[in-house]
Design a protein around this ligand. Structure first.
Ligand SMILES: Cc1cc2nc3c(=O)[nH]c(=O)nc-3n(C[C@H](O)[C@H](O)[C@H](O)COP(=O)(O)OP(=O)(O)OC[C@H]3O[C@@H](n4cnc5c(N)ncnc54)[C@H](O)[C@@H]3O)c2cc1C
Length: 415
């Protein structure tokens, strides 16, 4: 009979990790994925090198790198399974890695190393993996010992516990689906509205025309959005694209940006631009464009100067007012995106299964025996390895709960 202690739907980061931990602790685990090729997001992550965690995740306030309607929900799991725990596992498997930027850890060779490690952990736990397997429907039975029956295209399956690890909606062509959200609704769980996160922002054709020719230009910027109460600021790189803006700074801010509101950019964050331009005016006989090109990338200087005839003369001839307008425009460039590149380019999905209907310690939902882990939950990390750390930590919390492990009081969150 096809009967299991645990069936996990979704063999991505969270599902594979949870399966390995639960299997190694003695549970009979089946892991199902509708894609023929599992773990595709791990494979393409971090430019093929998988930024698998972030060393700077703040153990005392891990929630500060995550977005959720309940920012404290993620604390319990993240403080019980830390980046160091995952690093220990990576080292145990002899995987070479390096730190790139702001605590971000990447494989030296390939993301395949992480997939191989997760599969080895599953094998050590006797986990059965069925890929290319779709689940048509799920029923909960309360007669006798409560269980779930799943009707799959590889036959019926019975299980005591069901774990949903189907991830978010981004990159549909590699297997993303809304199955997890629909299942949550089927059992009366609430959902937080979904939208693309860590996504390039787009701008209208006409208004964007002067900047479209900057496509390919990258530079460090300060970028922010929100009002006094909700202001978020990042110092990261910006990349101009044909349709708008991308790069780490824009991806980070996109998760906080609300449609119809502006973003503000400082294109020369390390300079006192008004002072430097005034100083050029007093000293220089060169064209202002040339002086500006010594302060910011020359393509950027050209794009700005070419828009205003008052700036197309020697630095000494440019009126003070035009100079201060230029300094303000470059150090506080305020612009309103018309949209984003959407789920086909987004790295993550914001929103998801409402944490009010889940236990932060076990990932169990209000529906008995039904668990949600990873990105399907309304917890979204910053760029930089935080999303995988959430997948590992939530998968671990769930696996420990399935095995009946006690949660040490020291590990319980304060809030
Ligand atoms: C291009 C890109 C690069 C990224 N780089 C990084 C990075 O370097 N670091 C980082 O921390 N995060 C990164 N992320 C985000 C990270 O990949 C995800 O947050 C993480 O994979 C979520 O894990 P998960 O297990 O919840 O979902 P996933 O890893 O997406 O796994 C979900 C699994 O469920 C399966 N599934 C979906 N629907 C069904 C269904 N109906 N039936 C059966 N199976 C189903 C899918 O096929 C998939 O295998 C990146 C994302 C993208 C798109």
């Amino acid at each position: 009979m096809n009967t299991w202690d645990v069936v996990i739907v979704g063999a991505g980061a969270a599902g594979l990790f949870c399966a390995g931990v639960a299997g190694q602790r003695g549970l009979k685990v089946l892991l199902i994925d509708h894609s023929e090729k599992i773990a595709e997001k791990i494979r393409i992550s971090g430019g093929g090198r998988c930024n698998f965690t972030n060393r700077l995740l703040d153990a005392s306030a891990p929630q500060k790198h995550f977005i959720s309607q309940n920012p404290h929900f993620c604390r319990s799991a993240l403080s019980r399974y830390t980046p160091q725990d995952f690093i220990d596992l990576v080292q145990k498997h002899g995987i070479a890695f390096h730190e790139k930027h702001k605590g971000q850890l990447f494989c030296d060779h390939s993301a395949e190393d992480i997939i191989r490690m997760l599969l080895a952990e599953c094998q050590a736990g006797g986990v059965e993996i069925r890929s290319g397997c779709s689940v048509r429907n799920v029923r909960h039975h309360t007669e006798g010992s409560p269980h779930y029956s799943l009707d799959t295209d590889q036959g019926p399956v019975l299980t005591t516990s069901l774990v949903v690890a189907t991830g978010g909606l981004s990159i549909p062509k590699i297997g993303a689906s809304d199955w997890g959200y629909r299942l949550a609704s089927q059992f009366g769980l609430r959902l937080v509205e979904r939208r693309p996160g860590l996504v390039p922002l787009t701008f209208d054709g006409a208004a964007w025309a002067p900047y479209a020719e900057l496509a390919g230009l990258a530079l460090p910027v300060g970028i922010e959005t929100g009002d006094k109460k909700t202001r978020m600021h990042f110092d990261e790189d910006l990349l101009f694209t044909h349709r708008g803006l991308s790069g780490p700074g824009v991806l980070q801010i996109s998760s906080y940006w609300q449609e119809g509101t502006p973003i503000r950019l400082n294109l020369a964050p390390t300079l006192n631009l008004p002072e430097r331009l005034q100083e050029a005016k007093l000293r220089s006989k060169k064209l202002l464009g040339n002086e500006l090109a010594s302060l910011v990338p020359s393509r950027l200087a050209d794009a700005w100067v070419s828009q205003d005839p008052a700036l197309q003369r020697t630095a000494a001839e440019v009126p003070d007012k035009a100079l201060s307008k230029l300094a303000e425009a470059l150090s506080n460039w305020c612009l309103t995106p018309t949209g984003s590149e959407g789920y086909k380019k987004a790295e993550v999905t914001l929103g998801g299964v409402d944490t009010r209907d889940l236990s932060s310690q076990t990932m169990a939902s209000k529906q008995p025996g039904l668990y949600f882990i990873g990105e399907v939950v309304d917890v979204t990390g910053w760029l930089g390895g935080y999303n995988f750390q959430w997948a590992w930590a939530s998968g671990h919390a769930c696996a420990m709960a399935l095995c009946g492990a006690e949660i040490a009081p020291a590990h319980l969150p304060n809030g």
